[in-house]
Ligand binder design. Sequence first.
Ligand code: ADP
Ligand code: MG
Length: 682
Amino acid sequence: MIMLLTDSIEKLKNVGSARRTALAQIGVHTVADLLEYSPREYVDRSIISQIAQLHEGQLATILAWRQGAAQSTQGRGKTITRVNFSDGTGQIGITWFNQPYMAANFKDGLKYFISGRVVRGLSGRLTLETPEYEAQNAQGLSAGRIVPIYRLTSGLTQKMLRGLIKQALDGTKGQIADFLPENLRIANGLCRRDFAIENIHFPACGESFYTARKRLVFDELFLLQASLMAAKGQLRHETKPFANMDIAPILAALPYELTADQAKVVAEIMNDISSGFALNRLLQGDVGSGKTAVAMIICYLTAKNGAQAALMAPTETLAVQHFASFKELFDGLGIRVGLLVGSLKAGEKPEIKAKLADGEVDIVIGTHALIQENVEFKRLGLVITDEQHRFGVRQRAKLGAKGGAPHILVMTATPIPRSLAMVLYGDMDISAIRNLPPGRQKIDTYTVGKSYHPRIFAFIRKEIEAGRQAYIICPLIESGESEVRGQRSEISEVVKFAEQLKSGVFADLSLGVLHGRLRSEEKNEIMGAFARNEVQVLVATTVIEVGINVPNATVILIENAERFGLSQLHQLRGRVGRGAHKSYCILITDFKNEITAKRMKAMTSTNDGFELSELDLELRGPGEFFGTAQHGLPKLMLANLYRDLDILELARNAALGMGRVQFPPLKARIDQLLGKMQQIAL
Ligand code: ADP
Ligand code: MG
């Protein structure tokens, strides 16, 4: 049967409304979607084992015929069907439970491929466990070859999916056009796309699989990069270069010398803002690496060039903190700083808005209120977003759209492996601060079980008696129920823990409780009290993760540390060690599995966020890297950013070297992907 790639999946034989619904669950709506639904893994059933040679534990495929009649017996509410097979070298009995029809499935005079794990049955003889089988004269999709295994959903089976994909391949022969220009394809040593699609499903041999996979991984990464670069091209606005590049006054006003990395990044940015094109740069730097100083210098230059700067923080608390430190620095330099957050008093908001519109404020610090509400600027020249991983591609674009073409600087304290940064921020230039300012102490990190609570609490008390403060972090409880229920249990967990401490070991200390469901005034009040050391122990959920700066806090205790990813643990640890005092991070977990053990070991052995992020990516394994959907990017089907680094480089260079996309099929693919990204980011 002939069909088109764009046809609905119902065009296929054996697809009715039930299967259509099941296929929709895995994102397959059209014939093309089905062909692009790549296998999750493969089993090699191309090698046929002789029954006489089978050994326990082996994954084996035999080619055998039924020997004698099948026997069905009833026992304990189960029907047990046993069929004996022979291949001339030996015999093997295979058992099925509650599938009495199996007896009739194996015909006289036919040979069958049967695959499964070789185990020792109850009788003590070898058998095949949960076997898959296929007649030798059948299509040959599930045996006698390298067999694809797909991600399934209920209503689908491997065999069914293989059959549908085979139908789609046969029905669309000659239709799969190549969207890569021929010269680019050959220059990168890639096979044709139709060959790749066919062999990713039903590889003729191991080598064709690798050839096919390379092509499809390349496609995935190349399209993503090319799309992001197209977006970047759209963001690459011309803008009047800043003329005044004198930073001596602000350098003199800062209480420290810039580190080498800070100076390098400042130079990169100054180069951008004097180039005639808008800055569009990501600044990565570990917690405490001093990104704020870079932001301050660029804000200073913006003000000195007669434009306004906006700094967006992800939380009010952080915005208020930034506001305080900016004011302290800029008041002396004659530059006016304002604050715009949701919780301003009734009269204050219109006032600051009016000042921004009239150009009476040079630098404004705020939250996403800055893009959400209609805030007008007299001349917006720079937008900085701090801790950006909470802002998606779309939000960035929205910012860029405000006030013509302002410079955009995005700062993130989540160090991201290079490979990931290249994919996630392909639309931006990237800078990194890798070294911390001098004199920083290493935060001592320990992992202990819950039985250590009394000792740890005693240790915290000692620190507090010495005048210091502590964080105690409880994880969000994921209940898997409705969001509201989930949040409620989050609160009860942290509140419960705080109450235990308050009525127990820390009865005489001042405790504060912070979680996501508090109103922002309440949060600010508690954070303020903690910053003034009126609260000595802050019991909190991860709402404190982002950017809070209380240099007097020296201990952070993290409950159920196994529930956090490495990057998040590292972020949390960065809350301490911000002042002159020796600081500690204590990870509490009773979990003993391998991944947890590796994470804990990594945390105790290094303080380098970039190193930890590489490891995090590695431990999370294929596919599951920090939820790309959160970044407004589509999920990758095949590419594994940890292992496919070489193909990623290839794809990036190809995308960079390509210039403007001319080839219509490629342009169509890129536009399609850009459309998808916009949807995700919403
Ligand atoms: P982050 O990158 O996490 O935003 P901050 O900008 O908050 O880091 O800086 C962390 C701390 O380091 C601040 O207290 C800041 O004053 C200090 N700091 C920044 N740069 C330097 C420097 N070059 N020398 C000494 N201290 C610095
Ligand atoms: Mg910061």
